[in-house]
Design a protein around this ligand. Structure first.
Ligand code: PXG
Length: 289
């Protein structure tokens, strides 16, 4: 495997950054998880745009233009001879001193691209559905660390993941500070009720996921009625179907939430149809290489 760091490729064992990098010391940086399907990088432009938005919000200068970054991602995929891949693109604040002050990171940002394979969940989970649980750790407050910023600091999500694992579950539902459903640790959430699709709005401590947006795009195109609306736990329990969306997981059905089985307890009709349509979309929506 060859890893890209600031314009050069390094063998996996040689791909290293300083222990003084503020990405390591403070989680000071931003990232994207991207997939390519059959030599098409799915929604690459959207991922690059979101990376630049995250960086702008934390006042981190990315030392490449968007176009250069697109080319770097494509080069990393070609270098690693990958047709289907999971790409982790990260930008750290760079090397500084032991204080918080990002102005001390004079060498500038580190841009890292790791291109590899990923299968987040075993195949059976897509047929059977996940068992998930609402956890005590609430999602970061938008007025503190806005979940729209895909920062390198994922402790909020990791704590929730630990709580889900402690409860013997596959994923966690994270609530916002008002107690409404926000999202899962690395995925957005949707429910289906009476053929209507619902997902929390992005202002409720929810990342505007690119897979989430793709589902909204498919729903609008195929005239499925879709609502970005606050969701309570009760509404999840009594929903007909529930599924999660994320680049790594794609679209994955949920079978049980907090001990309540959802709908028939098996992946629902609309979920299965959206999974199929999403697969179609991955064949045509992105940058070819
Ligand atoms: N919410 C959060 C908090 C995320 O981190 C999503 C939603 C889905 O967004 P996209 O754009 O991918 O549809 C994410 C995705 C993992 C993992 O292991 C997930 C993400 C990042 C890194 C790892 O599941 N982000």
């Amino acid at each position: 495997m060859k890893v890209y760091i600031n314009g050069k490729f390094y063998e996996k064992g040689e791909a290293k950054i300083s222990v003084f990098d503020h990405g390591l010391l403070y989680g000071d940086g931003v990232f994207e998880g991207i997939r390519s399907y059959n030599r098409i990088v799915f929604k690459l432009k959207e991922h690059i745009d979101r990376l630049f938005e995250s960086a702008k919000s934390i006042m981190l200068t990315i030392p490449l233009t968007k176009e250069q970054l697109v080319n770097a991602v494509i080069t990393a995929l070609k270098e690693n001879k990958l047709n289907d891949a999971y790409i982790r693109l990260l930008v750290t604040r760079g090397e500084g001193d032991l204080g918080l002050d990002p102005r001390k990171c004079k060498g500038g940002a580190r841009v890292i691209i790791i291109a590899d394979k990923i299968a987040l969940y075993p195949k059976e989970f897509y047929k059977e559905g996940l068992k998930i649980v609402t956890v005590p750790t609430v999602r970061n407050l938008p007025e503190a660390l806005n979940p729209q910023i895909k920062s390198l600091n994922y402790l909020n999500n990791i704590l929730a993941k630990i709580e889900a694992a402690n409860a013997g579950c596959d994923e966690a539902i994270m609530l916002d500070s008002l107690g409404y459903v926000a999202e899962c640790t690395g995925d957005n959430i949707f429910i289906v009720k009476a053929k209507h699709l619902y997902t929390p709005p992005q202002c409720m401590g929810t990342l505007r996921g690119i897979t989430r947006d793709s589902v909204l795009e498919i729903a609008k195109k195929t005239k499925i009625s879709v609502h970005e609306h606050v969701i309570t736990r009760h509404e999840v329990y009594i929903s007909d179907e529930c599924f999660l969306t994320g680049t790594a997981a794609e679209i994955i059905p949920v079978a049980m939430v907090d001990g309540r089985s959802i709908g028939t307890g098996k992946p629902g009709k609309l979920t299965l149809s959206l999974m199929k349509k999403f697969k179609e979309l991955t064949k045509k929506s992105g940058v070819r290489y």
